[in-house]
Design a protein around this ligand. Structure first.
Ligand code: ADP
Ligand code: MG
Length: 590
């Protein structure tokens, strides 16, 4: 036990805040720390490494935080991000809020300045009341003032992060705490091992029966699997429920691969049809938020008559957007096992005309798409480039696939099949840009598997400096930048005239691959799908940090990808201000 080791060290019979914090984290199986060094936590990072923890030192806290967030998703343990005070804390806080929004367990530990000075607002170095600022943006926030409280405080943070609906927790560590000393034997006794941090939550018998009665009455049932189901690591229970029920299923983005996208019950390629036509929908760890049009409107067919069954660990999620006729509150595994068992031997699979209609639509869409995925055009369009990526993933289903961007995200989600659970890591509930390199780094660190990150050139820019981190830690990450010279498209012009470029374009034909070479990684410039396929395959074989600059036709993308409708003016690419104003007026009149 490491804490015993520390007791025996030269310090004799004393221990300190540094070691108590390290021992408490290790006692609870936390081994990786995503970090940016600085006052007052520089020595803490060093000591963590000295005690055998894996300390990954980033260039910006937001990326370290995004790494911790996705580590939480992948492992069901809180990912830990360690930052300095005030600005470092604020940078990490974006990721903590992101983790909370996505229901992933994470702990942000930030050093803070001297309490007495901060509270009197006397102007300390990096003065900020971090605890108060963190509170509304995460699930729980605690401050530790005494070394003897470190054990219990970290235990609370772990339990708060992983139990019930998972989320982010903030732990405030005033610099003075780390240097506090106490008796080593008493210190060891103060440590807490968290027993059963995320207890099973068994659904009530009545709720299971009610849900099954609704499903039995369906003529056109559908299952929607969300990233909560992926997080739960209940893969066998998910498969048994889907296959025993015989119901077509739709995976949300990060639930892709829970069952292989090639599974015969997958309705992914028939998405519009199943959303519009289904009469009963079983939500499994997925929310009826903006990603599903809040469960209403045209997408769900008119007149609206869909009945929802929802399985979720969070009771407050029920009826959040539309009425849930059969709420099943509990953890995914317990709920799905109970439902599958209750189906019994005489379970009738859904009417054949429904499953046939879904299969026909799906086959037609796959056949229509196939030739475009094979095109070898140069400069590349999205289908050609993603066809190359798809063939790589089909051959190497264990690759961790990271994806962000606008068009790069939307097209990849539908064109690149996933074959294994928790392999697709993307922008999550907020649709946020900037998670890419943090996510890729944590994916490599937590799984040891090769990582392929397919990034829009704009999305890449938010975390691009971390390619130095990737090279420094020699991580097996291949980054592909879909370079179309800009945001959405690379063709926008300054409508006022003058020398400034339009706000949505970047330097033309930039060579992101040369950035990678600056840090000793491999850089490749790919101009057609064959070259791209070869370069990605070689990178994944070699495990060497690689960045491939994939030249995409600047005219190929759509404004805002698939969500142009969320712009006040709709998809406004190359539209004059007068035209935009007309659209705004029309909308207001509606
Ligand atoms: P998606 O974006 O894929 O639809 P969401 O993040 O919207 O997924 O939904 C995930 C849901 O899963 C959340 O409502 C969350 O409460 C729930 N959830 C997370 N972990 C579990 C679990 N172990 N058991 C049951 N529900 C869970
Ligand atoms: Mg772009």
């Amino acid at each position: 036990m490491s804490n015993e080791a520390n007791i025996d060290e030269a310090t004799g019979d004393l221990t300190d805040g540094f070691h108590l914090l390290i021992d408490e984290l290790k006692l609870n199986g936390i081994e990786n720390i995503y970090h940016v060094p600085g006052i007052p936590v520089t020595d803490l990072g060093r000591m963590m490494q000295a005690e055998g923890m894996r300390v990954i030192s980033f260039r910006h806290e937001q990326n370290a935080g995004n790494a911790a967030a996705i580590a939480g998703f992948l492992t069901k343990k809180p990912g830990v991000c360690l930052t300095v005070s005030a600005p470092g804390f604020l940078n990490g806080l974006t990721a903590l809020a992101h983790a909370t929004t996505n229901c992933w367990p994470m702990i942000l530990i930030s050093g803070s300045s001297e309490r007495e000075v901060v509270d009197l607002m006397q102007g300390d170095y990096e003065e900020m009341d971090q605890l108060a600022i963190a509170k509304p943006l995460c699930k729980a926030a605690y401050r530790i003032l005494h070394a003897q409280d470190i054990g219990i405080a970290v235990a609370r943070a772990i339990r708060a992060a992983v139990s019930g609906r998972p989320g982010g927790v903030y732990l405030d560590i005033p610099g003075a705490l780390l240097g506090q000393v106490m008796d080593a034997v008493e210190g060891a006794k103060s440590l807490v091992r968290v027993i059963d941090p995320a207890p099973a939550q068994i659904p009530s018998f009545d709720s299971v029966k009610r849900a099954l009665d609704v499903i039995k009455g369906a003529k056109k049932p559908l299952i929607i699997l969300g990233k909560g189901a992926a997080y739960a690591q209940a893969d066998d229970a998910v498969r048994a429920f889907v296959e025993t029920s015989g119901i077509p299923y739709l995976p949300m983005s990060m639930a892709k691969g829970l069952l292989p996208d090639t599974h015969e019950q997958s309705a992914g390629p028939a998405r519009s049809l199943v959303l519009k036509e289904s009469d009963v929908v079983v939500m499994v760890g997925a929310r009826l938020n903006w990603l599903l049009s809040h469960g209403k409107g045209k997408q769900w067919g008119e007149p609206h008559s869909t009945k929802f069954v929802q399985i979720d660990i969070e009771p407050k999620e029920m009826d959040s957007n539309v009425e849930i006729v059969a709420p099943v509150v509990g953890d995914i595994e317990s709920c799905l096992v109970a439902l599958t068992n209750a189906m019994g031997k005489d379970w009738r699979i859904p009417p054949k005309d429904w499953t046939d209609a879904v299969r026909e639509k799906k086959t037609a869409n796959i056949e229509r798409m196939a030739p475009t995925l094979q095109n070898n055009a140069s400069p590349m369009n999205y289908a050609g480039a993603l066809g190359a990526i798809k063939r790589v993933i089909d051959k190497r289903p264990d690759t961790m696939f990271v994806n962000e961007g606008a068009n790069t995200l939307d097209f990849a989600r539908s064109m690149v099949d996933m074959h294994r659970p928790r392999k697709r890591l993307d922008v999550g509930t907020w649709g946020v840009m900037g998670v890419g390199m943090g996510t890729a780094i944590a994916a490599a660190v937590e799984t040891g598997l090769p990582v392929l990150a397919v990034e829009g050139d704009s999305a890449f820019g938010f975390s691009g400096m971390e390619i130095e981190t990737i090279c420094r830690y020699k991580l097996p990450i291949c980054v592909v930048v879909f370079n179309n010279n800009g945001i959405y498209r690379g063709t926008d012009e300054n409508r006022f005239g003058g020398d400034d470029p339009a706000p949505t374009v970047f330097v033309e034909n930039a060579r992101y691959d040369m950035m990678m070479e600056a840090f000793g990684g491999v850089g490749v410039h790919a101009t057609n799908p064959d070259e791209l396929h070869r370069a990605v395959s070689e990178a994944l074989d070699s495990g060497k940090p690689t960045l491939i600059n994939a030249a995409i036709d600047p005219k190929a993308g759509k404004e805002s990808g698939n969500i142009g409708n969320l712009n006040p003016t709709g998809a406004a690419v190359n539209r004059s201000n007068a035209e935009a104003l007309k659209i705004i007026k029309q909308k207001a009149a509606q």
